[in-house]
Design a protein around this ligand. Structure first.
Ligand SMILES: *Cc1c(COP(=O)(O)O)cnc(C)c1O
Length: 240
């Protein structure tokens, strides 16, 4: 549910139906895309999510909270207890209460920090409305970037953003496209004002804009477009 490379969403309902028919475990990787379900239009796109046996969602991505806050949601917690629970003589005083499950019994770590606090506190302080608004802004920013860059001659844009990722490359005339784009993304990263990453899609080197910081607003996207245009000229100059 939201690939890392391009933010593409698979047909979740159809896959869920097949998994159900053949009695297969249906896991949803929603690490990046999951929290966009707070936005109504994305909620429509991800029908079938409720069929999943397990889902990963990263609050440290879609809820902008500190790293180390990944979440796994499992329909039947007995599976987790079966695979993760262990005991030892020295743990006899830490016996679990019958009705409250301890995170230590359903996951690999025993002694652990209070990671739930990082998630609970911002939700309590800001309310879910703020997160919905911020995520909607990120969707709109990715679309805005897509629309702007599609209008500029020379760019090839791979996808209309389903979520907040746009993959694109610049096609220079009479030059190797992969090496040009490698150089281009390097120059943007060296500049340091914005960070763009890269990936390989269909064997081709591709630059990706991933909008998922609460600090990224319209100015940052406009600045990115400006930096790209500066760096394209510089790369051309350095080559000729
Ligand atoms: C980031 C990401 C992961 C890995 O999650 P971590 O929290 O970094 O371990 C897995 N799947 C997708 C789709 C991701 O975007």
């Amino acid at each position: 549910m939201g690939t890392t490379d391009t933010g593409a969403i698979d047909p979740i309902e159809a896959i869920g139906n097949i998994a159900g028919k053949y009695n297969l475990w249906f896991h949803l990787d929603a690490a990046y895309g999951g929290f966009f379900m707070l936005c109504d239009e994305i909620k429509q796109r991800i029908k079938g999510m409720e069929k999943a046996d397990s889902i990963v969602m990263d609050p440290h991505k879609g809820l902008f909270i500190p790293y180390g806050s990944g979440a796994l949601i499992v329909r039947d917690k007995a599976h987790l207890a079966k695979s993760q629970y262990y005991t030892a003589n020295y743990m006899q005083d830490a016996k679990a209460s019958v009705d409250e499950i301890s995170p230590a019994e359903v996951s690999p770590e025993l002694t652990r920090h209070f990671s739930g606090m990082r998630l609970w506190m911002p939700l309590k302080l800001h309310g879910v409305k703020s997160f919905r608004a911020a995520l909607t802004e990120k969707l709109l920013l990715a679309r805005y970037f897509h629309d702007q860059i599609s209008k500029i001659p020379g760019y090839e844009v791979l996808n209309y953003p389903e979520l907040s990722v746009v993959a694109f490359r610049y096609i220079p005339k009479d030059m190797d496209t992969d090496s040009f784009n490698k150089k281009l993304v390097e120059e943007v990263q060296k500049d340091g004002r914005v960070f763009l990453s890269s990936t390989i899609v269909n064997d081709r080197f591709t630059i990706r804009l991933a909008v998922l910081s609460f600090r990224t607003h319209l100015e940052t996207i406009n600045l990115t477009l400006q930096i790209l245009s500066e760096k394209i000229s510089e790369v051309f100059k350095s080559i000729s």
